[in-house]
Design a protein around this ligand. Structure first.
Ligand code: AKG
Ligand code: FE2
Length: 347
């Protein structure tokens, strides 16, 4: 499998009665998890109309004037909901701030919910863009999407459990009352001649949670690193497909047998790029420890047990801190305008 973009797998055997077809799917997923933790799926149950409706809403949101988007700034709360401007994050050391704007959404958790009261991971009310013409449509479509993709994430984990010789329901406890994040992203086009060494839509990183289900629009830009050939491979958008990748939790669970792989976005298409990743973090109190079958009895686990809350919390902070530090060092006001961000030189 070396030296190739993540393969497109048909997920429909998960919902059928053909045991052989399911076994084939499980084996294909296993190979991908061992190789670089990336694959794409079609034949899932997220309706194409819902996917389309999400993109329509996402574009409407990003088309709002900056002042409207800023009314729901992420900086107004501590539970990772709301809008952030272009240039708010740096994922990759030595690069300029990421050329993307984003909106964090999640389960709409009220302030009297135990998760909010006890400051559980990314848990609190959503911030809704009231300046949209039809904010109710935005709310209902995005929340329907959240719950639908959460179901798909459970199904994908069930297949991954089987790749490890575990019961198909192994991750049920982990996904009970799970925390997850829908992140709407907009990458303005980068100039074709922008400096490849510092200019990023999103810098090279691995994801922090358990799995990510990414819905790409129709504009390319996502690349996955292949450590066997030392190359970046383009993940060309496949209509309706999800790009699935394992997050860092799987390195812990599998004692590094499974890979949480580097990926990045550089939008040189000349077009606006939209994407909507769904990050499954899991139940904040669940303890992640080396899975059965992932180490020999004589071997120690490489990672100590840790809760989901501990494993994921704090990671995002670092990326915002890195951007703040970049602006400070370069004597700039915090938010770089889109048009100049790629001209910044890094010492
Ligand atoms: O926008 C994309 O295609 C990828 C986004 C991503 O990797 C992330 O948000 O973690
Ligand atoms: Fe990512």
């Amino acid at each position: 499998m070396a030296g190739a973009a993540p393969p497109v797998l048909d997920f429909s055997p998960f919902y059928g009665n053909d045991k052989q077809a399911l076994a084939k799917l499980v084996e294909e997923v296993r190979q991908c998890c061992l190789h670089n933790g990336f694959f794409q799926i079609v034949g899932h149950r997220v309706p194409a109309e819902l996917q389309q409706a999400v993109f329509t809403q996402v574009k409407k949101f990003f088309d709002l004037p900056l002042e409207s988007k800023e009314k729901i700034s992420r900086e107004t709360n501590s539970w990772y909901r709301g809008y952030e401007r272009v240039g708010s994050q740096i994922f990759e050391d030595g690069t300029a701030p990421d050329l993307k704007e984003g909106l964090y959404l999640g389960e709409d958790i009220p302030k009297d919910h135990p998760y909010f009261i006890h400051k559980k991971l990314n848990s609190g009310p959503n911030l809704w863009p009231e300046d949209l013409d039809d904010v109710e449509a935005f709310k209902s479509i995005s929340m329907q999407y959240y719950w639908t993709v959460l179901e798909l994430a459970r199904d994908v984990l069930s297949v991954i459990a089987q790749t490890l010789g575990l019961d198909a329901s192994f991750f049920n406890e982990f996904t009970k009352d799970a925390v997850a994040t829908v992140r709407c992203l907009h990458y303005p086009p980068q100039p074709k001649d922008s400096d490849e060494t510092i200019s990023r839509g999103i810098g090279a990183h691995t994801d922090f949670g358990a799995i990510t289900l990414l819905m790409q629009g129709d504009v390319d830009g996502l690349q996955v690193y292949d450590k066997t050939t030392n190359e970046w491979f383009d993940v060309e958008p496949v209509k309706g497909a999800y790009v699935v990748n394992l997050g860092n939790m799987f390195m812990r669970w599998s004692n590094d047998t499974y890979v949480s792989n580097l990926h990045r976005v550089i939008n040189k298409s000349g077009k606006e790029r939209y994407s909507v990743p769904f990050f499954l973090s899991g139940n904040p109190d669940y303890v992640i420890e080396c899975l059965p079958n992932c180490r020999k009895e004589s071997e120690d686990p490489k990672y100590p047990p840790i809760t989901v809350q501990e494993a994921v919390g704090g990671n995002y902070n670092k990326t915002y801190g890195a951007a703040d530090e970049f602006y400070r060092k370069n004597g700039m006001i915090k938010q770089a305008p889109v048009s100049t961000a790629q001209e910044i030189t890094v010492e």
